[in-house]
Design a binder for this molecule. Structure first.
Ligand SMILES: Cc1ncc(COP(=O)(O)O)c(C=O)c1O
Length: 400
């Protein structure tokens, strides 16, 4: 018998080597208590959270929490069914209406996760004879959506407008074309040149899907994302998003103005063949989305936090993923996994949680300490964070 697990041996060995060095397992941390969007207790210690996707700090918003409790009392703990059978409650319709209002679009379809939204929409609209032209650094859920639909996949170099154009021109005449882009790329926190990319895609007869998972709520005048900030939202055919980041709960969605969009509810397998979100989740999401419409002050503070952390880390001597802060994500590039894990642990001991990211999630084989800021991080907390980076960086030899 061939042990089907033998393919994991290199990873098992790499993991054992890392843990044998005595470092805390960076992929097995337990939050013992979560006090707020920015503070938790880990290993019995008060820890500032700088590695969540809680960009707008909605998880403890009193209105959001109250809406969830009310729905739990009134509708129970779960729907136990698909959206197309017994799993559509008034709350599911309400959250779809909140999304339509938020994006000012005609249609909104809610999935159980953002992963499933990409899986479902991409695989359903781009099938066997169609072409998907996508940025090579696309999220795993985008690649998995492409694979599920069996379309021809044509990757192009990250954020390279000319490469996108070249690939588009090579697609056979008459074939269906879907260009898939992200607003913010979550590993380095860099933004896509959507204005030019959407123009090039449209000029070459392609439909465009933009995943705005890491920009919703924060980027753009109304928080609609990078497509809004760059003035091309009306030319984007499909926006994918998630409730697991700025919205502060769990779930995924697609919004669109396509006149035939609603048919997807009957043909999209990751929408049909799974249970719908619990009533408490859709109630928290709807309340949060409506509050995000009116959050300009929080957006401004989050930009301030991002700029201050970026310049502070740079001054300390760290190498960052972008020259300028472009989003709420600031990636600190580590020389290798060992140094990255040591720095991650030193920060945790200081009382700071960040994400340790490594291949295959990261581009170009990089090890990253990913910092994601929250609109509720105070000025004092950002100061504390910089102090912790200075201490941990010197202790591990990452900076002098
Ligand atoms: C770009 C992107 N799309 C989709 C997702 C999936 O979101 P969810 O957590 O809702 O499954 C993520 C999650 O990290 C993401 O980064």
């Amino acid at each position: 018998m061939t042990d089907l697990f033998s393919k994991f041996d290199p990873l098992i060995e790499q993991r054992e080597t890392l843990l044998d060095s005595g470092v805390t397992d960076p992929f097995n941390l337990v939050m013992e208590k979560v006090e707020s969007p920015t503070v938790a207790v880990c290993n019995g210690k008060r820890t500032i959270l700088l590695g969540t996707y809680n960009y707008m700090g909605m998880t403890f918003d009193p209105d959001v929490v109250a809406a969830g409790k009310k729905a739990l009392d009134e509708f129970g703990s779960g729907t136990t069914g698909s959206r197309v059978l017994n799993g559509t409650y008034v709350g599911h319709r309400a959250v779809e209406q909140a999304l339509k209002d938020f994006y000012a679009m005609d249609h909104a379809m809610v999935f159980s996760t953002g992963y499933q939204a990409n899986l479902g929409i991409i695989s359903t609209i781009a099938g066997k004879d169609d072409y998907i032209i996508l940025d090579i650094d696309s999220h795993a859920s985008i690649y998995d959506g492409c694979a599920l639909g069996n379309a021809q996949i044509v990757p192009f170099r990250h954020n390279d407008i000319e490469a996108l154009e070249k690939r588009l021109k090579r697609v056979p005449e008459g074939a269906g074309k879907l260009v898939v882009l992200e607003g913010v790329y979550s590993m380095l926190g860099d933004v896509a040149p959507l204005k030019d990319m959407v123009a090039v895609s449209k000029a070459n007869g392609a439909m465009v899907l933009v995943d705005e998972a890491h920009s919703m709520g924060f980027i753009g005048e109304h928080g609609r994302g990078v497509a809004e900030a760059q003035g091309v939202i009306d030319d984007v055919d499909f926006i994918i998003g998630t409730f697991s980041k700025s919205v502060g709960t769990v779930g995924g969605f697609c919004v669109s103005n396509h006149p035939k969009f609603e048919i997807l509810r009957l043909v999209c397998r990751p929408y049909v063949f799974t249970a719908s979100l619990p009533p408490s989740v859709v109630a928290t999401a709807a309340t949060s989305i409506r509050k995000l419409m009116d959050s300009a002050d929080k957006r401004a503070h989050l930009w301030e936090n991002s700029k201050r952390l970026h310049s502070g880390l740079r001054q300390l001597g760290f190498t960052l993923g972008t020259d300028e802060p472009q989003s709420a994500i600031i990636a600190v590039i580590m020389p290798d996994l060992e140094k990255g894990a040591a720095m991650w642990e030193a920060l945790l001991n200081e009382g700071l949680y960040v994400n340790l990211a490594r291949p295959p999630a990261t581009p170009a084989g990089m090890t990253l300490l990913r910092c994601s800021l929250c609109a509720l991080h105070t000025d004092d907390q950002v100061g504390e964070i910089l102090g912790m980076f200075a201490a941990a960086g010197r202790a591990t030899g990452c900076i002098s």
